[in-house]
Design a protein around this ligand. Structure first.
Ligand code: CTP
Length: 403
Protein backbone atom coordinates (compact mmCIF):
# COMPACT_ATOMS: atom_id res chain seq x y z
CA UNK A 1 0.00 0.00 0.00
CA UNK A 2 1.34 3.41 -0.93
CA UNK A 3 1.28 4.70 2.60
CA UNK A 4 3.93 7.35 1.88
CA UNK A 5 2.14 8.72 -1.15
CA UNK A 6 1.34 12.41 -0.64
CA UNK A 7 3.08 12.52 2.74
CA UNK A 8 5.19 15.56 3.66
CA UNK A 9 8.52 14.44 5.03
CA UNK A 10 10.84 16.79 6.90
CA UNK A 11 14.30 15.25 6.88
CA UNK A 12 16.72 16.57 9.50
CA UNK A 13 20.37 15.78 8.80
CA UNK A 14 23.10 16.05 11.43
CA UNK A 15 26.84 15.71 10.95
CA UNK A 16 27.68 12.03 10.70
CA UNK A 17 29.38 10.27 7.82
CA UNK A 18 26.06 8.50 7.09
CA UNK A 19 24.77 11.89 5.93
CA UNK A 20 25.86 10.91 2.41
CA UNK A 21 23.20 8.19 2.47
CA UNK A 22 20.44 10.77 2.81
CA UNK A 23 20.71 11.40 -0.93
CA UNK A 24 19.41 7.84 -1.45
CA UNK A 25 16.88 8.27 1.31
CA UNK A 26 15.39 11.31 -0.40
CA UNK A 27 15.20 9.42 -3.71
CA UNK A 28 13.29 6.60 -2.03
CA UNK A 29 10.80 8.97 -0.38
CA UNK A 30 10.22 10.86 -3.63
CA UNK A 31 9.80 7.58 -5.53
CA UNK A 32 7.19 6.52 -2.96
CA UNK A 33 5.22 9.69 -3.77
CA UNK A 34 6.24 11.76 -0.73
CA UNK A 35 7.34 15.39 -0.73
CA UNK A 36 10.62 16.03 1.08
CA UNK A 37 12.05 19.15 2.67
CA UNK A 38 15.48 19.06 4.24
CA UNK A 39 16.83 20.90 7.25
CA UNK A 40 20.53 20.44 8.04
CA UNK A 41 22.88 21.26 10.89
CA UNK A 42 25.64 23.59 9.63
CA UNK A 43 28.33 20.92 10.17
CA UNK A 44 26.45 18.28 8.15
CA UNK A 45 27.10 20.33 4.99
CA UNK A 46 30.68 19.02 5.20
CA UNK A 47 29.37 15.53 4.50
CA UNK A 48 26.78 16.15 1.81
CA UNK A 49 26.02 19.33 -0.12
CA UNK A 50 22.72 21.20 0.17
CA UNK A 51 22.80 21.50 -3.62
CA UNK A 52 22.65 17.71 -4.05
CA UNK A 53 19.79 17.43 -1.58
CA UNK A 54 17.93 20.35 -3.04
CA UNK A 55 18.17 18.87 -6.54
CA UNK A 56 16.93 15.49 -5.30
CA UNK A 57 14.11 16.83 -3.16
CA UNK A 58 13.15 19.56 -5.62
CA UNK A 59 12.86 21.94 -2.67
CA UNK A 60 15.12 24.49 -1.00
CA UNK A 61 17.36 23.09 1.76
CA UNK A 62 17.38 24.95 5.09
CA UNK A 63 20.36 25.26 7.45
CA UNK A 64 20.37 28.81 8.83
CA UNK A 65 17.75 30.84 10.64
CA UNK A 66 18.19 33.61 8.10
CA UNK A 67 18.58 33.04 4.36
CA UNK A 68 19.96 35.62 1.95
CA UNK A 69 18.03 36.08 -1.25
CA UNK A 70 18.62 38.94 -3.69
CA UNK A 71 20.14 41.08 -0.91
CA UNK A 72 17.13 40.45 1.31
CA UNK A 73 17.28 38.64 4.61
CA UNK A 74 14.57 35.94 4.79
CA UNK A 75 13.51 34.22 7.98
CA UNK A 76 13.53 30.41 7.67
CA UNK A 77 10.67 29.72 10.02
CA UNK A 78 11.28 26.57 12.04
CA UNK A 79 7.67 26.75 13.25
CA UNK A 80 6.32 26.69 9.69
CA UNK A 81 8.59 23.80 8.72
CA UNK A 82 7.38 21.84 11.72
CA UNK A 83 3.74 22.55 10.91
CA UNK A 84 4.20 21.67 7.23
CA UNK A 85 5.44 18.13 7.91
CA UNK A 86 3.35 14.98 8.34
CA UNK A 87 6.40 13.56 10.10
CA UNK A 88 9.99 14.49 10.81
CA UNK A 89 12.89 12.09 10.40
CA UNK A 90 16.27 12.91 11.90
CA UNK A 91 18.79 10.79 10.03
CA UNK A 92 21.58 10.57 10.74
CA UNK A 93 21.06 11.55 14.38
CA UNK A 94 24.52 11.98 15.91
CA UNK A 95 25.35 11.67 19.62
CA UNK A 96 25.61 15.46 19.81
CA UNK A 97 22.23 16.08 18.14
CA UNK A 98 20.56 13.37 20.26
CA UNK A 99 21.93 14.97 23.43
CA UNK A 100 20.70 18.40 22.39
CA UNK A 101 17.27 17.05 21.40
CA UNK A 102 16.97 15.30 24.75
CA UNK A 103 17.83 18.52 26.59
CA UNK A 104 15.85 21.04 24.57
CA UNK A 105 18.87 22.88 23.22
CA UNK A 106 18.10 24.73 20.01
CA UNK A 107 21.26 26.38 18.80
CA UNK A 108 20.65 25.52 15.13
CA UNK A 109 17.68 25.42 12.77
CA UNK A 110 17.32 21.62 12.89
CA UNK A 111 17.03 21.62 16.68
CA UNK A 112 14.64 24.59 16.76
CA UNK A 113 12.49 22.81 14.15
CA UNK A 114 12.56 19.59 16.18
CA UNK A 115 11.55 21.45 19.32
CA UNK A 116 8.59 23.15 17.66
CA UNK A 117 7.40 20.20 15.53
CA UNK A 118 4.04 18.75 16.58
CA UNK A 119 4.17 15.86 14.10
CA UNK A 120 5.58 12.38 14.85
CA UNK A 121 9.39 12.33 14.93
CA UNK A 122 11.54 9.36 13.92
CA UNK A 123 15.27 9.34 14.62
CA UNK A 124 17.97 7.08 13.23
CA UNK A 125 21.12 7.29 15.37
CA UNK A 126 24.60 6.80 14.02
CA UNK A 127 27.91 7.02 15.86
CA UNK A 128 30.95 5.03 16.74
CA UNK A 129 30.65 1.83 18.76
CA UNK A 130 31.76 3.24 22.13
CA UNK A 131 29.73 6.41 21.77
CA UNK A 132 26.62 4.30 21.07
CA UNK A 133 27.32 2.17 24.17
CA UNK A 134 27.90 5.18 26.43
CA UNK A 135 25.33 5.46 29.22
CA UNK A 136 24.62 9.09 28.34
CA UNK A 137 23.71 8.13 24.75
CA UNK A 138 21.50 5.32 26.01
CA UNK A 139 19.84 7.69 28.44
CA UNK A 140 19.29 10.32 25.73
CA UNK A 141 17.68 7.74 23.44
CA UNK A 142 15.39 6.65 26.26
CA UNK A 143 14.51 10.26 27.03
CA UNK A 144 13.58 10.85 23.39
CA UNK A 145 11.46 7.69 23.33
CA UNK A 146 9.81 8.97 26.49
CA UNK A 147 8.88 12.12 24.52
CA UNK A 148 7.10 9.83 22.03
CA UNK A 149 9.85 10.04 19.41
CA UNK A 150 10.33 6.80 17.49
CA UNK A 151 13.72 5.12 17.41
CA UNK A 152 14.95 3.52 14.19
CA UNK A 153 17.73 1.47 15.80
CA UNK A 154 21.31 1.59 14.59
CA UNK A 155 22.58 -1.67 13.12
CA UNK A 156 25.78 -3.63 13.57
CA UNK A 157 28.56 -3.67 11.03
CA UNK A 158 31.76 -2.01 9.95
CA UNK A 159 31.93 1.58 11.15
CA UNK A 160 33.75 4.53 9.55
CA UNK A 161 36.41 4.29 12.31
CA UNK A 162 37.27 0.74 11.25
CA UNK A 163 35.70 -0.70 14.39
CA UNK A 164 33.01 -3.32 13.97
CA UNK A 165 29.86 -3.18 16.09
CA UNK A 166 26.61 -1.37 16.73
CA UNK A 167 26.33 2.22 15.54
CA UNK A 168 25.68 2.14 11.78
CA UNK A 169 22.68 4.12 10.67
CA UNK A 170 19.97 1.81 9.34
CA UNK A 171 20.17 1.56 5.53
CA UNK A 172 17.89 3.98 3.60
CA UNK A 173 15.70 1.11 2.32
CA UNK A 174 15.26 -0.19 5.87
CA UNK A 175 14.46 3.29 7.21
CA UNK A 176 11.74 3.69 4.58
CA UNK A 177 10.35 0.19 5.30
CA UNK A 178 10.39 0.90 9.04
CA UNK A 179 8.43 4.14 8.61
CA UNK A 180 5.98 2.59 6.13
CA UNK A 181 5.17 -0.25 8.47
CA UNK A 182 4.86 2.09 11.46
CA UNK A 183 2.51 4.41 9.54
CA UNK A 184 0.48 1.44 8.30
CA UNK A 185 0.09 0.04 11.82
CA UNK A 186 -1.49 3.35 12.85
CA UNK A 187 -4.02 3.62 10.00
CA UNK A 188 -7.55 3.93 11.40
CA UNK A 189 -9.12 1.32 9.05
CA UNK A 190 -6.33 -1.28 9.17
CA UNK A 191 -7.72 -4.84 9.30
CA UNK A 192 -11.11 -3.56 8.16
CA UNK A 193 -12.92 -4.81 5.06
CA UNK A 194 -15.23 -2.45 3.18
CA UNK A 195 -17.82 -3.01 0.49
CA UNK A 196 -18.38 0.02 -1.75
CA UNK A 197 -20.80 0.26 -4.67
CA UNK A 198 -20.29 2.77 -7.48
CA UNK A 199 -21.60 3.89 -10.84
CA UNK A 200 -24.90 3.34 -12.64
CA UNK A 201 -26.56 0.06 -13.53
CA UNK A 202 -27.74 -0.76 -17.04
CA UNK A 203 -31.02 -2.64 -17.42
CA UNK A 204 -31.26 -4.34 -20.79
CA UNK A 205 -34.19 -3.61 -23.09
CA UNK A 206 -32.75 -5.66 -25.91
CA UNK A 207 -29.20 -6.70 -26.89
CA UNK A 208 -28.24 -3.11 -27.82
CA UNK A 209 -30.37 -0.86 -25.62
CA UNK A 210 -30.66 -0.30 -21.91
CA UNK A 211 -32.15 1.91 -19.22
CA UNK A 212 -29.35 3.70 -17.41
CA UNK A 213 -28.50 6.99 -15.74
CA UNK A 214 -25.80 9.68 -15.75
CA UNK A 215 -23.77 8.38 -12.79
CA UNK A 216 -20.03 8.30 -13.60
CA UNK A 217 -18.87 6.31 -10.56
CA UNK A 218 -16.49 9.10 -9.47
CA UNK A 219 -17.84 9.34 -5.92
CA UNK A 220 -17.61 5.60 -5.30
CA UNK A 221 -14.12 5.38 -6.76
CA UNK A 222 -12.94 8.27 -4.55
CA UNK A 223 -14.44 6.48 -1.54
CA UNK A 224 -12.57 3.30 -2.51
CA UNK A 225 -9.24 5.14 -2.86
CA UNK A 226 -9.70 6.92 0.47
CA UNK A 227 -10.67 3.68 2.25
CA UNK A 228 -7.56 1.92 0.91
CA UNK A 229 -5.42 4.91 1.95
CA UNK A 230 -6.83 4.57 5.46
CA UNK A 231 -5.72 0.93 5.56
CA UNK A 232 -8.87 -0.97 4.57
CA UNK A 233 -9.26 -3.83 2.11
CA UNK A 234 -11.90 -2.68 -0.36
CA UNK A 235 -14.41 -4.64 -2.46
CA UNK A 236 -15.54 -2.15 -5.08
CA UNK A 237 -18.65 -3.38 -6.88
CA UNK A 238 -19.12 -1.06 -9.82
CA UNK A 239 -21.58 -0.67 -12.63
CA UNK A 240 -20.32 0.45 -16.07
CA UNK A 241 -17.84 3.29 -15.47
CA UNK A 242 -14.85 4.81 -17.25
CA UNK A 243 -13.05 5.37 -13.96
CA UNK A 244 -9.74 3.52 -13.56
CA UNK A 245 -8.23 2.24 -10.36
CA UNK A 246 -5.04 0.37 -9.60
CA UNK A 247 -4.35 -0.47 -5.99
CA UNK A 248 -3.59 -3.89 -4.59
CA UNK A 249 -5.92 -3.20 -1.65
CA UNK A 250 -8.91 -2.57 -3.93
CA UNK A 251 -10.67 -5.54 -5.55
CA UNK A 252 -12.76 -4.29 -8.45
CA UNK A 253 -15.87 -6.32 -9.25
CA UNK A 254 -17.52 -5.18 -12.48
CA UNK A 255 -21.25 -5.67 -12.87
CA UNK A 256 -23.82 -4.35 -15.32
CA UNK A 257 -27.36 -4.71 -13.99
CA UNK A 258 -29.03 -4.13 -10.61
CA UNK A 259 -29.49 -7.89 -10.24
CA UNK A 260 -25.77 -8.50 -10.76
CA UNK A 261 -24.93 -5.74 -8.27
CA UNK A 262 -27.36 -7.27 -5.77
CA UNK A 263 -25.72 -10.70 -6.10
CA UNK A 264 -22.17 -9.32 -5.81
CA UNK A 265 -23.08 -7.24 -2.73
CA UNK A 266 -24.66 -10.24 -1.02
CA UNK A 267 -21.57 -12.31 -1.77
CA UNK A 268 -19.25 -9.85 0.05
CA UNK A 269 -21.50 -8.25 2.69
CA UNK A 270 -21.29 -10.98 5.32
CA UNK A 271 -17.50 -10.68 5.52
CA UNK A 272 -17.15 -6.88 5.66
CA UNK A 273 -17.11 -4.42 8.54
CA UNK A 274 -18.43 -1.44 6.61
CA UNK A 275 -20.60 -1.08 3.49
CA UNK A 276 -21.08 2.20 1.64
CA UNK A 277 -23.60 2.07 -1.18
CA UNK A 278 -23.01 5.04 -3.43
CA UNK A 279 -24.15 3.43 -6.70
CA UNK A 280 -27.05 4.95 -8.60
CA UNK A 281 -28.94 1.69 -9.00
CA UNK A 282 -31.83 1.65 -11.47
CA UNK A 283 -35.12 1.50 -9.59
CA UNK A 284 -36.90 -0.25 -12.51
CA UNK A 285 -35.92 -2.79 -15.12
CA UNK A 286 -37.79 -4.16 -18.16
CA UNK A 287 -39.92 -7.13 -17.15
CA UNK A 288 -38.45 -9.03 -20.06
CA UNK A 289 -35.45 -8.05 -22.16
CA UNK A 290 -36.02 -8.87 -25.79
CA UNK A 291 -33.53 -11.43 -27.06
CA UNK A 292 -33.52 -9.76 -30.49
CA UNK A 293 -33.06 -6.07 -31.34
CA UNK A 294 -36.48 -4.41 -31.31
CA UNK A 295 -37.29 -3.21 -34.82
CA UNK A 296 -38.74 0.26 -35.20
CA UNK A 297 -42.28 0.68 -36.46
CA UNK A 298 -44.89 3.39 -36.77
CA UNK A 299 -46.63 2.09 -33.61
CA UNK A 300 -46.14 3.48 -30.13
CA UNK A 301 -43.93 1.28 -28.04
CA UNK A 302 -44.34 0.68 -24.34
CA UNK A 303 -41.98 -1.34 -22.25
CA UNK A 304 -43.27 -2.91 -19.06
CA UNK A 305 -41.04 -2.19 -16.12
CA UNK A 306 -40.83 -3.82 -12.73
CA UNK A 307 -38.96 -2.63 -9.62
CA UNK A 308 -35.41 -3.85 -9.07
CA UNK A 309 -34.48 -5.31 -5.72
CA UNK A 310 -33.42 -2.62 -3.24
CA UNK A 311 -29.86 -3.66 -2.42
CA UNK A 312 -29.42 -1.20 0.44
CA UNK A 313 -32.65 -2.23 2.16
CA UNK A 314 -31.81 -5.92 1.74
CA UNK A 315 -28.39 -5.43 3.36
CA UNK A 316 -29.99 -3.36 6.14
CA UNK A 317 -32.30 -6.29 6.86
CA UNK A 318 -29.38 -8.75 6.97
CA UNK A 319 -27.01 -6.56 8.93
CA UNK A 320 -25.31 -7.95 12.05
CA UNK A 321 -22.23 -5.89 13.02
CA UNK A 322 -21.72 -4.09 9.73
CA UNK A 323 -21.72 -0.28 9.64
CA UNK A 324 -24.06 0.55 6.76
CA UNK A 325 -23.99 3.82 4.82
CA UNK A 326 -26.50 4.77 2.13
CA UNK A 327 -26.69 7.67 -0.28
CA UNK A 328 -29.80 9.62 -1.08
CA UNK A 329 -30.48 11.79 -4.06
CA UNK A 330 -33.61 13.81 -3.57
CA UNK A 331 -35.25 16.68 -5.38
CA UNK A 332 -37.99 17.44 -2.85
CA UNK A 333 -38.43 17.16 0.94
CA UNK A 334 -34.84 16.02 0.91
CA UNK A 335 -34.11 16.06 4.64
CA UNK A 336 -37.35 14.36 5.68
CA UNK A 337 -36.95 11.69 2.98
CA UNK A 338 -33.31 11.05 3.88
CA UNK A 339 -34.14 10.70 7.58
CA UNK A 340 -36.94 8.30 6.75
CA UNK A 341 -34.53 6.15 4.72
CA UNK A 342 -32.22 5.75 7.75
CA UNK A 343 -35.03 4.05 9.66
CA UNK A 344 -36.67 2.21 6.77
CA UNK A 345 -33.40 0.69 5.55
CA UNK A 346 -31.71 0.20 8.96
CA UNK A 347 -28.74 2.48 8.15
CA UNK A 348 -26.02 3.94 10.37
CA UNK A 349 -25.48 6.98 8.15
CA UNK A 350 -26.97 8.53 5.09
CA UNK A 351 -25.20 10.90 2.70
CA UNK A 352 -27.65 13.27 1.11
CA UNK A 353 -26.82 15.05 -2.10
CA UNK A 354 -29.20 17.39 -3.72
CA UNK A 355 -29.32 17.96 -7.45
CA UNK A 356 -30.45 21.50 -6.65
CA UNK A 357 -26.96 22.46 -5.48
CA UNK A 358 -24.83 23.93 -8.24
CA UNK A 359 -21.65 21.86 -8.66
CA UNK A 360 -23.14 18.77 -7.04
CA UNK A 361 -24.26 15.57 -8.71
CA UNK A 362 -23.37 13.43 -11.68
CA UNK A 363 -20.29 13.45 -13.93
CA UNK A 364 -18.50 16.34 -12.20
CA UNK A 365 -15.60 16.36 -9.80
CA UNK A 366 -17.34 18.24 -7.00
CA UNK A 367 -20.14 17.41 -4.64
CA UNK A 368 -22.05 19.02 -1.79
CA UNK A 369 -23.37 16.70 0.84
CA UNK A 370 -25.18 16.60 4.15
CA UNK A 371 -24.50 13.60 6.37
CA UNK A 372 -27.11 12.40 8.84
CA UNK A 373 -26.48 9.72 11.42
CA UNK A 374 -28.79 7.26 13.13
CA UNK A 375 -29.44 9.65 16.02
CA UNK A 376 -30.48 12.23 13.35
CA UNK A 377 -27.44 14.42 13.96
CA UNK A 378 -26.94 16.52 10.82
CA UNK A 379 -23.52 17.58 9.47
CA UNK A 380 -23.59 19.95 6.50
CA UNK A 381 -20.58 20.39 4.24
CA UNK A 382 -19.64 23.01 1.65
CA UNK A 383 -19.08 22.30 -2.06
CA UNK A 384 -15.89 20.26 -2.32
CA UNK A 385 -13.98 17.92 -4.60
CA UNK A 386 -15.34 14.37 -4.47
CA UNK A 387 -11.98 13.36 -2.99
CA UNK A 388 -12.52 15.80 -0.08
CA UNK A 389 -16.14 14.60 0.30
CA UNK A 390 -14.80 11.03 0.63
CA UNK A 391 -12.52 12.26 3.46
CA UNK A 392 -15.45 13.92 5.25
CA UNK A 393 -17.51 10.74 4.98
CA UNK A 394 -14.71 8.60 6.43
CA UNK A 395 -14.03 11.13 9.23
CA UNK A 396 -17.60 10.58 10.38
CA UNK A 397 -17.56 6.80 9.80
CA UNK A 398 -14.32 6.45 11.82
CA UNK A 399 -15.57 8.64 14.65
CA UNK A 400 -18.80 6.60 14.82
CA UNK A 401 -16.85 3.31 14.83
CA UNK A 402 -14.75 4.62 17.72
CA UNK A 403 -17.75 5.70 19.80
N1 CTP B 1 -30.14 1.65 -3.81
C1 CTP B 1 -29.97 0.29 -3.81
N2 CTP B 1 -30.72 -0.51 -4.61
C2 CTP B 1 -31.66 0.02 -5.41
C3 CTP B 1 -31.87 1.39 -5.41
C4 CTP B 1 -31.09 2.20 -4.60
O1 CTP B 1 -29.09 -0.19 -3.07
N3 CTP B 1 -32.35 -0.81 -6.17
C5 CTP B 1 -29.34 2.46 -2.90
C6 CTP B 1 -28.42 3.48 -3.54
O2 CTP B 1 -27.14 2.95 -3.78
C7 CTP B 1 -28.38 4.57 -2.46
C8 CTP B 1 -29.72 4.45 -1.81
O3 CTP B 1 -30.25 3.21 -2.15
O4 CTP B 1 -27.41 4.28 -1.48
C9 CTP B 1 -30.74 5.52 -2.12
O5 CTP B 1 -31.09 5.60 -3.45
P1 CTP B 1 -32.18 6.67 -3.92
O6 CTP B 1 -32.32 6.51 -5.39
O7 CTP B 1 -31.90 8.03 -3.37
O8 CTP B 1 -33.48 6.25 -3.16
P2 CTP B 1 -34.45 5.06 -3.27
O9 CTP B 1 -34.25 4.22 -2.10
O10 CTP B 1 -34.32 4.44 -4.61
O11 CTP B 1 -35.83 5.77 -3.07
P3 CTP B 1 -36.60 6.84 -3.95
O12 CTP B 1 -36.41 6.46 -5.39
O13 CTP B 1 -37.97 6.70 -3.47
O14 CTP B 1 -36.03 8.18 -3.61
Amino acid sequence: MAVLSGKRVLLGISAGIAAYKTAFLIRLFVKAGAEVKVVMTPASKEFVTPLTLSALSNNPVYYTFVAKEENKDLWNSHVELGLWADFMLIAPATANTLAKMANGTCDNLLLATYLSAKCPVYFAPTMDLDMYQHPSTKENIETLQGFGNILIPATSGELASGLVGEGRMAEPEDIVKFIESDLRSKLPLRNKKILITAGPTYEAIDPVRFIGNHSSGKMGFELAKKAAGLGAEVFLVTGPSNEQISNSFIHRIDVVSADEMYNACHQYFKNVDIAILSAAVADYKPVKASSEKIKKSEQQLSIDLEPTKDILASLGALKTNQFLVGFALETQDEMANAIQKIDNKNLDLIVLNSLKDKGAGFKIDTNKVTIIDKSKKISEFSLKSKEAVASDIFDIVISKLNE
